[in-house]
Ligand binder design. Structure first.
Ligand code: ADP
Ligand code: MG
Ligand code: ZN
Length: 481
């Protein structure tokens, strides 16, 4: 008989903070991809003897904002340590990081996962989130290696979760939420292709029902959401097979090979590095006084969870509320449409299907939308008041998107506005009745659906301009006389 195992997963995520300059010097914080190798460095971030680190206030502010978004307690006093290892990507021979006293303490976020119509929620604990500097980037070739120090000293926030996840899907949802939150508060751009978000995953198994955790492995080198999911699933399968054979999981660090889809050992616990942590003597403790913390708190935007709850209270589904809070700009755009006095459901429909559809095809973000929230609201109002049909509005919207013109102007130009003039409508109805004796006879025999044919005849005659709902009423009235 094989034992049923439960996976236990914890993530360590590095995000590059979006400050203008590096953590401890005034070099640009490597966002400029066109900068040549080793062009954005100075004596400090390249480790020249005698230079001293100076704390970047902007990066600290972003780290605190990030922590607040993660529900972390901000520590009034935190401090820096040196973490030693010997490798060419580390100019000083040590990395300045926070170990014993991180800036952000315990926190918690809520993740959403599962199928669209059966969304599940779960709270995942954050152990802490600390500040540190990045290492340089090395590239290896057949018989030599190159090091680019542009990235050395860039500010990172390492977010360490509690081992609260139980499946690859939960880990994926956690990662998605971390990225949304970091971008939401402008703490990081989280562009994975640029290495602005890097993930290490820890995986262990335990027999279902057992409380104590099993031995874990740590997988490094994951640079896409897909790699995280694949690596976790691979590791769960590998460990399950080992345990079922009566073998043991060895605590070790593994590397994920994304081409071949397997994990390979990097180092075991025995050769785990001894980092020789000790306090960084060149930096005073980081002290966040109450007034400064209050100021940072006051500048925080409303967080996605609060916005989602608001949207659901307006009658939207949890799924739509999720789509409308994918980014802060999306939520703000939607709220701007609402502010023009448009019903929430209609607004949500237009934003999540029509607008997002065109933006997606165009590879644009909502903040680059050629149609402003006010212009979209104007269009929605034309539909709500019956001036144009939903189908006509779709065509108008496509033109608005293409040309940037307003709904009213385009409705005129395209000759679309629906005719609601009773005299004209009745005249069309009478013509349709006299021209379609068969439909009239069918209706009189009790086939009420026959009125549809007459409405169709009027729509043709009026080139789609008759208001179909009103036309239906007029025809039924005429025929029932
Ligand atoms: P280290 O600093 O040696 O990597 P930590 O104790 O700080 O170890 O944990 C790092 C990560 O590993 C955390 O995200 C934590 O949740 C996760 N973790 C710890 N123990 C386990 C376990 N038994 N199974 C899975 N993940 C674990
Ligand atoms: Mg670790
Ligand atoms: Zn520098």
């Amino acid at each position: 008989m094989t034992t049923q195992f439960e996976p236990v997963i914890g993530l360590e995520i590095h995000v590059q903070l979006a400050s203008k300059t590096k953590m401890f010097c005034t070099c640009p914080n490597g966002m400029d991809e066109s900068a040549g190798p080793n062009s954005e460095i100075c004596p400090r971030c390249s480790g020249a003897p005698g230079t001293l680190p100076v704390m970047n206030e902007g990066a600290v502010r972003l780290a605190v904002r990030a922590g607040l978004a993660l529900g972390c307690r901000t520590n009034e006093v935190s401090s820096f340590e040196r973490k030693h290892y010997f490798y060419p990507d580390l100019p000083k021979g040590y990395q300045i990081t926070q170990n014993a006293h991180p800036v952000n303490g315990r926190g918690e976020i809520e993740i959403t996962f599962g199928p669209k119509d059966k969304l599940q929620k779960k709270k995942i604990g954050i152990h802490h989130a600390h500040l540190e500097e990045d290492a340089a980037k090395s590239s290896h070739f057949a018989d030599y290696s190159l090091v680019d120090f542009n990235r050395a000293g860039c500010p990172l926030l390492e977010i360490v979760s509690l081992p609260d996840m139980r499946s690859a899907d939960e880990a994926y949802a956690y990662l998605t939420e971390i990225k949304r939150l970091m971008q939401w508060v402008d703490a990081s751009n989280c562009d994975m292709e640029k290495g602005e978000l890097r993930v290490d995953v820890n995986v262990s198994l335990r027999p279902v029902g057992q409380e104590a955790f099993g031995t874990r492995t740590e997988i490094k080198n994951l640079n896409s959401f897909k790699a995280v999911k694949d690596a976790i699933n691979y590791e769960i399968t590998r460990q399950t097979e080992l345990l079922n054979k009566g073998e043991k999981v060895i605590q070790q660090t593994l590397l994920w090979d994304k081409e071949k889809n397997y994990t390979k050992p990097m180092r075991s616990k025995e050769d785990a590095l001894d980092y020789r942590y000790f306090p960084e003597p060149d930096l005073p403790p980081l002290v966040l006084r109450k007034d400064r913390l209050e100021k940072i708190k006051a500048e925080m935007p409303e967080l996605p969870a609060a916005k989602e709850a608001k949207f659901i209270a307006l009658g939207l589904s949890a799924y739509d509320a999720g789509v409308l809070t994918l980014t802060r700009h999306t939520a703000e755009y939607f709220e701007a449409v609402l502010a023009c006095g448009v019903p929430a459901k209609a607004a949500a429909n237009w934003v999540t299907t029509d607008l997002m559809g065109l933006l997606h095809a165009d590879k644009k973000e909502i903040e680059q939308s050629p149609v402003s929230a006010a212009d979209l609201a104007e269009l929605i109002k034309l539909v709500e008041s019956g001036k144009i049909s939903r189908n006509q509005a779709k065509a108008v919207f496509e033109q608005m998107y293409k040309t940037g013109q307003k709904a009213g102007t385009l409705v005129e130009k395209m000759g679309l506005s629906q005719v609601s003039d009773e005299g004209q409508l009745v005249a069309w109805a009478q013509e349709a009745v006299s021209e379609n004796p068969k439909a009239v006879a069918d209706f009189k025999k009790g086939n009420r659906a026959a009125v549809g044919a007459l409405v169709g005849a009027v729509m043709k005659k009026s080139k789609g301009k008759a208001n179909p709902r009103r036309m239906n009423e007029i025809l039924v009235e005429l025929l029932s006389k």
